[in-house]
Design a protein around this ligand. Sequence first.
Ligand code: Q5B
Length: 266
Amino acid sequence: GKVRKPTSIISTICDDRGSELTYSGVPISKVCNPEYCIGDVIGLLWFKKKLPPYASQFIEMCLKLVADHGPCVSGAHNTIVASRAGKDLVSSLVSGLLTIGPRFGGAIDDAARTFKHAFDCGQSPEQFVETMKAKGKRIPGIGHLIKSADDIDKRVVILKDYSKTHFKSSQYLDYALEVEKYTLQKANNLILNVDGCIGVLFLDLLHSCQLFSMEEIKEIIDVGYLNGFFIVGRSIGLIGHALDQKRMRQPLYRHPWEDVLYDVEE
Ligand code: Q5B
C-alpha cells in the first residue's frame, strides 16, 4: 500500500490549504461574522474550542484591561526608549515585550499554578503564604508597585464583578481573596494584582465551563497559556507608545546623570 512520507511539522490549529482558511475547523468567513469576537479567535487558535460567549467576552475583557498601563511601566518605557533610538515598529515592540516576565505582567501562569497547587492540596491561606515565605519565594499575582488597599486597582474590581455575574464557580478567586486578606496584614500593597486575578479567574473558568477535562486543564496550566493574554493585550499599548514617540518626532533618549548614583572608586 501507500506509505505516507513522514512530515517535519504537525499542526493542529488551522488549515490554509482549501478554498477557505479555517481556524479549528471554522471557516474564516464565519469567524469574520460579528458574533465572533477576538476572544473567540483566541478560543479557536489557542484552546481549539468554540468557547461560550461569556468566556470569549472574558478573554476579550482581559485584553482590553491589560492593553496599557501608562508610559512608566517597564514594557512601555523600553518601547519608548527603543522608538526614540530610531528603531522600527517591530523592534520597539519586542523591546517592550521582552520585559514581560515574573515581576511585570508575566506572573499570570505562575499565579494560576501556585494558587491551584495550594488550593488543591488543601493548604490554608496562612499555610500557603508562610510556606512561600519559608521558601524565600514571592507569591506570583500578589503585590503592586503603585496600587494598594488604599488605591484599589479598578481593573481587578471589573474582573471580579464580571466573574460574579457570569462564572458558575469562584473557588480559586475566593481562595486568592483569603490569601490577599492575609498578605494585606503584612503590607497594604500586597493586593491580589491584575496578573493574579486573571490567573485565578481563568482557573475558575476552566473548571466550571464544562468544556475541559482535568487533564486538559492540567496541560493548559503546565504549558502556560495565560501570560499570552498579557502579551497580546499589552502589544496594543506598546505599539501605541512606539507610534506616539515617532509621531512627536521625539529625540534620542538619554537618562539624566542626576538620576544615577555613581558609586565608583576614585
Ligand atoms: N513582597 C510587584 O514589589 C512587585 C510579595 C511579597 C510575598 C509577594 C512584587 C512582586 C509578584 C509578581 C507579580 C505582577 C514587584 C504585578 C504587573 C502589571 C502592571 C504593572 C504596573 C501593568 C512589587 C517589600 C516587601 C518584602 C517582600 C514583600 C512583595 N511582593 N511577599 N509575595 N508577591 N510580586 N507581578 O512593592 O519582609 O520587607 O522582605 O514581585 O505578581 O506587573 O502597573 O506597574 O499593568 O503594567 O517593590 O500592573 O510584589 O516590594 O520588593 O519592596 O518588597 O513585600 O518580600 O518583604 P515591591 P518590595 P520584606 S502586576
